[in-house]
Design a protein around this ligand. Sequence first.
Ligand SMILES: NC(=O)c1ccc[n+]([C@@H]2O[C@H](COP(=O)([O-])OP(=O)(O)OC[C@H]3O[C@@H](n4cnc5c(N)ncnc54)[C@H](OP(=O)(O)O)[C@@H]3O)[C@@H](O)[C@H]2O)c1
Length: 270
Amino acid sequence: MTSQPLKLKVCIAGATGWVGKPLCLAVSAADDLSLVGAVSRSHAGQSLKHAVGDSTLDLTISASVAEALDTPTDVLVDYTKADAVKANVLTAIRGGAHVIIGTSGLTGEDFTEINEAALEHKVGVIAAGNFALTAVLLQRFACQAAKYLGHWEIIDYASDTKEDAPSGTARELAFRLSEVGRPEVTHPVEETIGEKESRGATLDGSQIHSLRLPGYVISVEAIFGAKDERLTIRHDAGSGAEPYIQGTLLAIRQVRNYVGLVRGLDKIIE
Ligand SMILES: NC(=O)c1ccc[n+]([C@@H]2O[C@H](COP(=O)([O-])OP(=O)(O)OC[C@H]3O[C@@H](n4cnc5c(N)ncnc54)[C@H](OP(=O)(O)O)[C@@H]3O)[C@@H](O)[C@H]2O)c1
């Protein structure tokens, strides 16, 4: 008799959200994954099948990550909110679970702390500001352009309901560009005459300008300037969460191969 390979046990924090719901369905449908936990404060104690509207999701929603992790879990996936993600991630790491971070809002210092905790507890953490393949391509093309063009800034567009800024996509783009180099500066931001805030935030050396308006989902532009010419590389998210699901599943399957933090889906995609 051949034994069945063990399924990876996955818990989703933010299970009732825009990304969380389709992700619960995708994890549950995958042959090699088992959905063992789901977290949402407002649906705590209810059945996930009612919250998501699918009769196959037969488990009870927990009120917190700590409570959900009472059930043995290999990987915690977080798609919650900027004010909750760090505590959730550290709780999971200290409990010995690997972690996938989809939620935006973590700062460079937060990532340093998460990396240190992951190294200490010998677990992997994969964080991506954007798990969509097209966003990965934007990062890659922008990093290529930065090798040839010394001046760039980033524009981050999102809906007026988005609470954190800049978006995870824009933060990660600035981080990845900083691995290529720092943009050249003709007139330092600190020496701006007038309101220097109008020059945006400086993250990892790049200026980021965040718009929050109705009508946007998530878009990001990397704009490169050179004498008498410009190059704009732009990514636009659509209105559905599907593009993030495949990237997140890939990260769930890969995360056990790492110890410490990996930032960016492109680091694992090949
Ligand atoms: N990396 C990527 O590719 C990617 C793609 C899309 C979105 N995102 C990011 O993922 C996050 C979630 O996005 P979404 O659109 O799915 O959000 P959403 O629809 O508002 O869902 C948020 C989920 O998290 C839970 N939640 C909210 N606040 C919480 C808190 N303080 N503590 C614990 N749970 C909390 C909500 O349930 P309760 O309120 O009942 O707790 C809900 O289940 C955002 O940061 C977004 O920017 C990332």
